[in-house]
Design a protein around this ligand. Structure first.
Ligand SMILES: N#Cc1c(N)ncnc1-c1cnn(CCN2CCOCC2)c1
Length: 288
């Protein structure tokens, strides 16, 4: 697609995701340019229209979180290289080290919601992790749980897997590291978010390993696309739907699409309310 290629020379388009485009540098050492688009996806579909400013807002949020998680090796390229990012995408791009990515979505859940609530009602467990009886939708879990998924190729569903299956996929040492790092990062991020009046209900991390064998936090991190964020004050007053993420889009889709055929276009007010929630979350967390 012509509009995907960058006009700045030195970059080759390598991958189109639902909401991101990836490019390889033809001049720098192995680097990947991750460009966030304004596209929004839900229920495995890319929806129309795009959400104005989404790519930039979520990139800013990722970069803020990478900075908050000091001490956790990540995939960002040294900042002195960032001047090479093409100006045409600079506000919504990250220049990252090329890693060998692990095929695991490292999901951590601190609260019971979404597919986890559906599964809990049927089995009193989430992804095979047993939970106490009597929990309600939106309840905080006794402690955060690690519920990994296998990263399916684009177009296929990610598949919830057991911790033991992750051991088969990446070995015991790496599987334990991914679990422990995910739970530790979730704990730190939850504390930082709650100090700002925001609940981090759940999120997913991706990791890769560099040529020196260092396991690094990769992908986007703790964005509204990879996480559920709730307003803590609203939650405390019993309003358990005041979310800062794509819930507005998900709820509208559930009410206006039966899941067959192409999804309907989002109305202008849903687009604007979603953009406003993204802006509000970034302002609440980062102060910017
Ligand atoms: N983050 C990051 C990152 C990194 N730091 N280094 C190398 N690759 C990636 C990465 C992340 N996502 N994808 C696209 C999705 N893959 C496409 C290929 O097939 C598997 C899926 C590439």
């Amino acid at each position: 697609m012509a509009d995907i290629e960058l006009t700045t020379p030195g970059w080759t388009h390598t991958y189109s995701g639902k909401v991101r485009e990836l490019y390889a540098s033809t001049v720098l050492p192995p680097r990947v340019l991750m460009v966030a688009t304004d596209r929004v996806s839900a229920f495995d579909h890319v929806l129309e229209p795009a959400i104005p400013g989404k790519g930039e807002l979520l990139t800013r949020l990722s970069l803020w979180w990478f900075d908050q998680l000091e001490g956790m090796p990540n995939h960002l390229a040294p900042r002195e290289e960032w001047s090479s990012i093409p100006p045409e995408v600079a506000s919504r791009a990250m220049l990252v080290r090329e890693l060998t990515m692990y095929p695991i979505e490292c999901v951590v859940r601190g609260y019971l919601s979404g597919s986890g609530w559906v599964e809990y009602q049927e089995s009193q467990s989430v992804c095979g992790v047993p939970l106490p009886a009597g929990l309600r939708d939106g309840d905080r879990l006794p402690e955060p749980i690690y519920t990994p998924a296998w990263k399916a190729p684009l177009g296929q569903h990610d598949e919830n897997i057991s911790y033991e299956r992750t051991v088969e996929l990446v070995g015991e040492t790496v599987a334990a590291a991914l679990r422990d790092l995910s739970l530790a990062i979730f704990g730190r991020a939850s504390t930082i978010a709650e100090a700002r009046g925001v609940i981090l209900a759940d999120t997913k991390f991706e990791f890769g390993v560099d040529d020196d064998g260092v396991v690094r936090l990769a992908d986007e991190v703790l964005t509204s696309d990879s996480s559920r964020y709730w307003d803590a004050a609203a939650y405390a007053s019993g309003n358990r739907i005041a979310s800062f993420d794509k819930q507005i889009v998900r709820d509208w889709m559930k009410a206006n699409w039966d899941g067959t055929g192409e999804p309907p276009a989002l109305p202008a007010d849903i687009v604007e309310r979603t953009a406003a929630r993204y802006r509000e979350l970034i302002a609440t967390l980062t102060g910017a």
